[in-house]
Design a protein around this ligand. Structure first.
Ligand SMILES: O=C(O)CCC(=O)C(=O)O
Ligand SMILES: [Fe+2]
Length: 384
């Protein structure tokens, strides 16, 4: 039997056999949710993914001047990049330089934010034809089964792309968002640098990536943020918190706020939980990176599960290329021995279509693919 869940925004979520409105905040420690992988594998898997980085600089450097990257960082992120190449596991990064106090403050502010009275939330609601604000994304029909979550999405950088909504945020949350945006920017910047360093020395065929080409693509430092709130679900096996997907951006930094397990990645056809480590960031490769690297990096398919008794919160910072750029494999990488595996599309069109679809694993990325036959001839994916 299908039930209805009325979330804080009054959306119906078809999920379980009981009707319920979620309770106010009741944060608690980590818990396990039933998943396919055995617990021993899950524990071992997530611990071994933790990457200890050398201590980060004490005071965050402004994003734009975050060069040069210290050799220590390069070494550590090279390990990270090497692990991420052609694999579908995530890495959790600690010693990332974002202060524990900032993360604690953020946590409190976000909990209060999702608990704002309805009237206050209405002022921060999504407007027609705009994804930003409280609401839902990727909903294209009335009949669609909704994810068991509430979310708030906002563009944070460049400042020219911010809308009034940013100014309407509660002042403390706004200021913390700015700090995290800057700090996550530094982390992303360093990850990207190493990613590109990796592509320069280990590109495909005889071609190596031209760093200037990449830097130009990312020169606007486009960033957005998504706050996710997953209420307890009376029948967690009947619902999903976040439908399987890969992120459409280049790199994502994800923070699992209250250390409740729920994030899972698809690895070798199985779903593997990413047990939250205190104050760790999950670095997630997105579709833009897969396309840009012509498939050297693989975006990571992931989903979020819900919990019968505990609410869960996460915040994702998405980093993308300039909105007036074109998405496609880096031209410097492409040549006769490394034909393009993805087609080229204007990035604004790419995002527009991404938001107009239902999430479905990596299906959207698959549409960008060009089939490369054994004899080297190419054909565009017929499903486009
Ligand atoms: O809540 C999570 O752990 C995943 C969130 C996520 O995948 C996203 O915001 O894109
Ligand atoms: Fe995601």
């Amino acid at each position: 039997m299908e039930g209805r869940f009325l979330g804080s925004f009054g959306y119906k979520r078809v999920a379980s056999s009981s009707s319920s409105a979620h309770e106010p905040s009741q944060l608690a420690g980590a818990s396990l949710v039933p998943v396919a992988a055995p617990i021993a594998t899950r524990r071992r898997g997530s611990q071994s993914l933790a990457l200890l980085l050398p201590p980060a600089p004490q005071s965050p450097v402004p994003f734009a001047t975050a060069t040069p990257v210290s050799p220590q960082w390069v070494t550590s992120f090279c390990q990270l990049a090497a692990k991420l190449k052609n694999v579908s596991v995530l890495n959790q990064v600690i010693n990332h330089g974002v202060s524990a106090t900032l993360l604690e403050d953020f946590k409190r502010e976000i909990i209060d934010f999702f608990n704002l009275p309805k009237e206050a939330k209405k002022k921060l609601w999504q407007q027609p034809d705009n994804q930003e604000g409280f609401g839902q994304l990727f909903v294209i029909s009335e009949e669609q089964k909704l994810d068991w979550s509430d979310m708030f999405y906002i563009t944070t950088l460049p400042t020219s792309l911010r809308i009034q909504l940013f100014e309407n945020l509660p002042p403390k949350l706004r200021s913390l968002s700015l700090s995290l945006t800057g700090d996550a920017g530094i982390l992303i910047y360093r990850s990207e640098k190493v990613g590109h360093h990796y592509l320069m020395s280990n590109g495909q065929g005889s071609k190596k990536v031209d760093i200037e080409e990449i830097e130009e693509m990312f020169s606007d430092e486009v960033q957005s943020m998504r706050m996710n709130y997953y209420p307890p679900c009376p029948e967690p096996d009947m619902a999903i918190g976040f439908t399987p997907h890969s992120d459409a951006d280049a790199l994502t930094i994800l923070f699992q706020l209250n250390e409740v397990e729920g994030l899972q990645i698809r690895k070798d056809g199985n779903w593997v939980p990413v047990t939250p480590l205190p104050n760790a960031f999950v670095v997630n490769i997105g579709d833009i990176m897969e396309v840009l690297s012509n498939g050297v990096y693989r975006s990571i398919e992931h989903r979020a599960m819900v919990n019968a008794t505990k609410e869960r919160l996460s915040i994702a910072t998405f980093y993308s290329s300039c909105l007036d750029s074109e998405l496609g494999p880096a031209r410097s990488l492409i040549g006769p021995d490394n034909p393009a595996r993805f087609r080229r599309v204007p990035i604004d069109k790419y995002f527009k279509e991404f938001f107009a679809r239902k999430l479905n694993g990596k299906a959207y990325l698959d549409l960008m693919k060009i089939e490369v036959a054994e004899d080297g001839s190419c054909g565009i994916n017929l499903h486009t």
